[in-house]
Design a protein around this ligand. Structure first.
Ligand code: 4AD
Ligand code: MG
Length: 469
């Protein structure tokens, strides 16, 4: 093959300045059609949702070579870039040379040109990045990760790496995956039947983290403003379209921010990310809008440009109780003191306000120990950001900065103080008001891509009874 440097399809389509020039493209065949004189190959190299059309004169190539070019095959092609006369594309390549890197037998290659269900594609998650939908989702996922780092860097936050293996349960929900090197077929127990952890790797029980927040707070009380962005693990047995056992969470934590400023940060952050997606992922979003969710683009514009509603949990519950009185049926009951279900959150956002909602001041009983107690002694300075189609996208709070009150809450919740001494120390030495929140990365992606199942916005989903690939 002639030695010509390879061009990415995204660059070819962006800078059509190379018309008339011989170029090399490499990628995977999405489809091939044509007649006995001419073949049209749609080639995709992953750099963009858009394909480039290769125009192949049949007489220039051997029959066996052309026969081996089927959907899914990987090829390299060289030819002149020309303005297309056909419909549906502006540029095409008139091919002089083709090399087949890897064939894809049409009898066994699972991704044929016809559309496949999302459920089927989950079973072939190793190949689904080659579909239009998943390549679009994965490009958006990358762009959002980049935008998150950019937002915080531009706003003076420091990226902090918090541990993945931990000895404490931040959310106190007990939904942790244990980490151990003990031989499970031969566990030593004491007289009371309790497992002896002395011989375990860390000499004590440890788990995968459910949140980097506690360590993040230590960082914020030294560096002023930090964020974490890492994998997070929850062994909750929730088989829902919004829960993963392994997901990624972004947790900013800011010294001197109180709950109002925490809400301002969350709203500004979410709007920035939404606008970033609109500005930088327009081809992929347009595709997903067309394919899966015709309201995606207008929803993104709406969220980027409208003020979020802010109200207390108490007022939110009153609205929901009113709805029930007026005949609205929820699957789960709602009254002051209960944790809100996704259907309640979505009623507030989608039916009542038609706008993202930040709900604050929840009953202390249904929130974690570290949240700052309000003067009423009943509610805590919690905030959940509720989004259309998603429900809770962010959970956060102002933190309890008073040593005695925090210690009291830890004891109330039966959390062993011996595991928490280091956390309590920040309230003993130079304590300060501070606040933060956690954004579920995949929940953000559900919102930005319009996909409706969280398994479809992460390359390889981890859910109950499923850890394939
Ligand atoms: O509300 P959560 O549990 O809050 C925390 O973990 C706090 N420590 C955060 C903080 O204040 N720094 O979780 C935060 C967010 C949720 O709003 C949701 O978006 C996401 O994490 N999340 C999940 N995403 C996917 N699968 C799960 N199982 C999730 N659990 C929580
Ligand atoms: Mg929460």
């Amino acid at each position: 093959m002639e030695k010509i440097s390879r061009k990415k399809i995204v660059d070819i389509l962006k800078y059509s300045s190379e018309v008339g020039v011989k170029i090399n493209v490499k990628g995977w065949v999405r489809s091939k059609r044509g007649n006995k004189n001419i073949n049209f190959i749609a080639l995709n190299d992953g750099s963009s949702i858009l394909n480039i059309q290769l125009v192949v004169e049949v007489e220039k190539f051997s029959e066996s070579l052309l026969k081996s070019i089927t959907t899914g095959a990987c090829i390299s092609a060289i030819g002149e870039l020309v303005a297309s006369q056909g419909q549906g594309q502006s540029l095409e390549i008139h091919v002089d040379e083709i090399q087949v890197y890897g064939e894809a037998d049409p009898l066994t290659y699972p991704l044929q040109k016809k559309g496949h269900s999302l459920e089927f594609l989950r079973e072939i998650a190793h190949l689904r990045p080659r579909t239009n939908t998943f390549s679009a989702v994965l490009r958006i996922r990358h762009a959002m990760a980049y935008a998150i780092h950019k937002y915080f860097n531009d706003n003076g936050f420091f990226y902090m790496h918090t541990p993945i293996i931990t000895g404490s349960d931040c959310e106190g929900a007990g939904q942790m995956f244990q980490v151990t090197t003990l031989d499970l077929t031969n566990i030593s127990k004491d007289k009371l039947g309790e497992v002896i952890y002395d011989d375990d790797f860390f000499g004590k029980p440890t788990s995968l983290t459910v949140s980097g927040q506690l360590e993040g707070e230590l960082g914020a009380l030294a560096l002023g403003a930090i964020y974490t962005f890492g994998p997070t693990f929850r062994a909750e047995n929730s088989n829902t379209p919004r829960h993963l056992a392994e997901f990624w969470m972004i947790e900013p934590e800011v010294a001197f921010n109180e709950i109002q400023e925490n809400m301002d940060l969350a709203e500004d952050f979410l709007k920035y990310l939404t606008q970033y997606a609109l500005d930088n992922c327009s081809d992929d979003i347009a595709f997903l809008n067309e394919m899966w969710d015709k309201e995606l683009i207008s929803r993104l514009h709406f969220v980027a440009n409208n003020k979020f509603v802010r109200l207390s949990y108490t007022d939110g519950v009153a609205i929901l109780e009113d709805a029930v009185r007026n005949g609205h049926k929820f699957e789960f009951p709602v009254c002051w003191g209960t944790d809100l279900q996704s259907e309640h959150e979505r009623y507030l956002v989608e039916t009542h306000f038609n706008c993202p909602v930040i709900l604050t001041d929840y009953p202390k009983e249904i929130k974690a120990f570290y949240m700052k107690l309000n003067e009423d002694n009943k509610t805590v300075r919690a905030m959940d950001v509720l989004f259309p189609k998603i429900g809770e996208i962010i959970g956060g709070s102002q933190r309890e900065d008073d040593y005695e009150k925090l210690k009291g809450r830890i004891e109330d919740m039966d959390i062993p103080i011996k595991d928490m001494w280091w956390y309590l120390d920040t309230r003993r030495f130079g304590s300060a008001p501070h606040s933060g929140f956690g954004l579920g990365f995949e929940r953000l992606l559900l919102f930005v891509t319009g996909m409706s199942n969280i398994r479809d916005v992460i390359p390889f989903a981890r859910t109950p009874k499923n850890a394939a690939f």
